[in-house]
Design a protein around this ligand. Structure first.
Ligand code: SF4
Ligand code: SF4
Length: 188
């Protein structure tokens, strides 16, 4: 079977799926804000997976979501205008998750990347790096490393009794932190 080659069709940047948002880490959101200001593009973020710490009353979200269907950084030629500075999630597409044993899941089939038979790639059991390339795999690994790091810190704070989390359904009028800022605030 051949290896994956992105055809730059732009479909994955035109449609962010059911959420309609691109999930970003805090520093990525800040970078996108700087780029949007420089390029004079309007962008909008939403808080996703919002939680409240019942010990302190602080409300925070697990990630930022860049609104877009299509992405505001996609130009009329279906090209990313911040390609060199795009987020890890963009670099990692179409791999969704790399398992501990090195096997992987991908988003290709249901995120409209139909320029390649992703299911055949999974079934072939070839290594993800051989099919999708180094940048894609290392970006997905970096996402997972950061997520693990964040969840270990949150779990440690819960175990120490410093925080007690509750999911928040309605949060429009609340002051909301990113999860990274929340962790810094509690640890300090
Ligand atoms: S930032 Fe670029 S690569 Fe990422 S979704 Fe937007 S247009 Fe696509
Ligand atoms: S949908 Fe697939 S082929 Fe098209 S730009 Fe995205 S990754 Fe590349």
């Amino acid at each position: 079977m051949r290896n994956f080659e992105c055809k730059s069709c732009g479909k994955c940047c035109n449609d962010f799926g059911s959420m309609g948002t691109l999930p970003l880490f805090n520093e990525e959101k800040e970078r996108y804000e700087r780029l949007a200001k420089k390029l004079e593009i309007d962008i909008e973020f939403v808080h996703e997976n919002v939680m409240m710490d019942e010990e302190t009353g602080i409300v925070f979200s697990a990630n930022w979501g860049l609104k877009g269907d299509p992405c505001p950084f996609l130009n009329n030629d279906n090209k990313c205008i911040i390609y060199e500075e795009r987020a890890l999630i963009c670099k990692s597409f179409p791999i969704e998750k790399i398992n501990i044993d090195g096997s992987y899941l991908n988003l290709g089939n249901f995120m409209h990347c139909d320029n390649f038979n992703h299911q055949e790639a999974i079934d072939s059991k070839k290594k993800s790096i051989d099919i999708y390339g180094e940048e894609c795999v290392s970006s997905r690994e970096e996402i997972q490393r950061r997520q693990k790091n964040i969840s270990e810190k949150i779990n440690a704070l819960i175990t120490l009794g410093k925080i007690k989390l509750k999911k928040v359904e309605k949060f429009y009028s609340l002051d909301i932190l990113s999860i990274e800022t929340f962790i810094e605030n509690i640890v300090l």
